[in-house]
Design a protein around this ligand. Structure first.
Ligand SMILES: [Cu+2]
Length: 469
């Protein structure tokens, strides 16, 4: 039996970023492009030169299943760098990308080489929450190795997922230090004729770390402002993952629309053209990009939520796209994608109301007036049933709601019906509400729902659901 195991390591790539490589400017020069760029904000050429600290785009290493199996070791470790404290899986920032297929069996030996407890969560995967599967109640102590095993069902939805530690109280510190990586479940959209043969890129977004001069530093696949190359007219498929602990990425590519084909782990029934893709912590999207005329284009996170001072985010540069080389005739973009099987007409077994709160008295971050306690069950639901949850946000800040094991259809946001789609993490608007429907399919056991701003989760904004027969 062919089983791929982890055999090689490489140094955390961000070390190069810390010393300020200038490959991007060199690349631009080699391509004969003048040092002007399109800004994300205005779509017009900016006077300033290409940012000096760009780096050639590199993808995380891949661990791919073969013959239905993936076996690997992930060593959670602390990194001594000159910048902010870093942690890494197997000396990689981000960790290696798992490439698996529906029905696969995945075995991960998690080696805790850090000085504190950790564990492992597979965000968005529809797998058992019990035993040595996606069980976030496990505590893997320093020096301990734990053998996780995930059995993906044959009907698992192909898409973009990720993994990270989930130890209550220190999730923000560990994810924020760099412990995160992507999971790709193959199939689905991959098989659409319009998407076959496209250059595919994965952008694992992390930060802010503390960069030179104590400036916030955002990384793409461990690099500062990498250069992504595209040909004029070429179509590329980008998988965008916000695996930061607490940050929002409000992505805009100068001079280019993004054609969204998936949100979180699920394909959309129809492609959507957007100018800006907001990703809260934990959220993903897949977009198609068609290279514009030869030039340099910035991928920015544009200013977000300016009217909420505690969460307002200024614009920052994420990456640079260079369109160069032989122009090709743009292919027709797909419109209809994967047929949608929604929950809108199904029988609803129960309606629940869940409220996220920030309190002056009592727990500062709470759900339904309670801070998280791991041995208290907050919701008991019946296996196989569909429920509708109205999730209220009684605070003046955004909170990304996430629930493990089962994704959900977003029915409405602040009373406005949403187009048909599933998510596993969704933004609760300040003093607003989101209505979701979800089927508690296939797995009994205990798991959690929580805010994916991990400092909020660590402070108690998390609760337990138990699925029973
Ligand atoms: Cu929150």
């Amino acid at each position: 039996m062919m089983v791929r195991t982890e055999t090689d390591h490489r140094t955390v790539v961000s070390r190069r970023a810390l010393v300020g490589a200038s490959a991007g400017a060199a690349t631009a020069a080699a391509l004969g492009l003048s040092a002007t760029r399109m800004t994300a904000q205005t779509g017009t050429p900016a006077a300033s030169p290409v940012a000096a600290s760009t780096d050639t785009f590199i993808e995380p290493q891949v661990r791919a299943s073969e013959n239905g199996r993936l076996v690997m070791t992930l060593q959670a470790m602390e990194e001594a760098t000159s910048g902010s404290p870093r942690m890494a899986y197997s000396d990689m920032l981000p960790g290696p990308t798992w490439r698996v297929r529906p029905g696969d069996n995945v075995k991960v030996a998690l080696v805790n080489a850090t000085t504190e407890g950790t564990n492992l969560h597979v965000h968005g995967l529809h797998v058992s929450p019990s035993g040595n599967s996606d069980n976030i109640f496990l505590h893997i102590e320093p020096g301990q190795t734990f053998n996780y095993e995930y059995q993906l069902p044959e009907n698992h939805i192909p898409g973009t997922y990720w993994y990270h530690p989930h130890p209550h109280g220190v999730s923000a510190a560990q994810v924020g230090a760099g412990l995160a990586g992507a999971i790709i479940v193959e199939g689905g959209l991959d098989d659409l004729p319009e998407l076959q043969g496209l250059n595919e890129r994965i952008l694992v977004l992390q930060g802010p770390f503390t960069g030179p001069g104590n400036q916030p530093q955002y990384l793409v696949n461990g690099q500062v402002n990498p250069v992504i190359e595209i040909q004029p007219g070429e179509t590329q498929r980008w998988r965008l993952l916000n695996v930061s602990a607490n940050a929002f990425f409000n992505l805009r590519l100068a001079g280019h629309a993004m054609h969204r084909i998936a949100i979180d782990g699920s394909p959309l029934p129809e492609a959507q053209t957007v100018d800006v893709q907001l990703l809260g912590p934990g959220e993903r999207a897949e977009v198609l990009i068609q290279g514009g005329e030869a030039g340099i284009y910035e991928l920015q996170s544009v200013a977000w939520s300016p009217d909420i001072p505690s969460q307002a985010t200024d614009q920052f540069l994420v990456a640079t796209m260079i369109s160069a080389g032989e122009g090709i005739t743009p292919a027709a973009l797909p419109t209809t994608l994967i047929p949608f099987e929604g929950l809108g007409n199904d029988e609803i077994a129960a309606h629940r109301e869940i409220t996220f709160q920030e309190n002056v008295t009592g727990p500062a971050f709470a759900i339904d007036n309670l801070a998280f306690v791991e041995d208290r069950v907050d919701q008991v639901v019946t296996l196989g049933t569909i429920e509708e949850w109205t999730i209220r946000n009684a605070s003046p800040e955004w909170h990304p709601f996430h629930i493990h094991v089962n994704d959900f259809q977003v029915m409405s946001r602040n009373g406005v019906p949403e187009s048909p789609h599933y998510e596993d993490t969704t933004l609760l608007p300040p003093n607003g509400e989101v209505v979701i429907r979800t089927r508690f399919a296939d797995y009994t056991g205990r798991f959690v729902y929580h805010c994916h701003i991990l400092v909020h989760e660590d402070a108690g904004m998390m609760a337990v659901v138990e699925v029973v027969e």
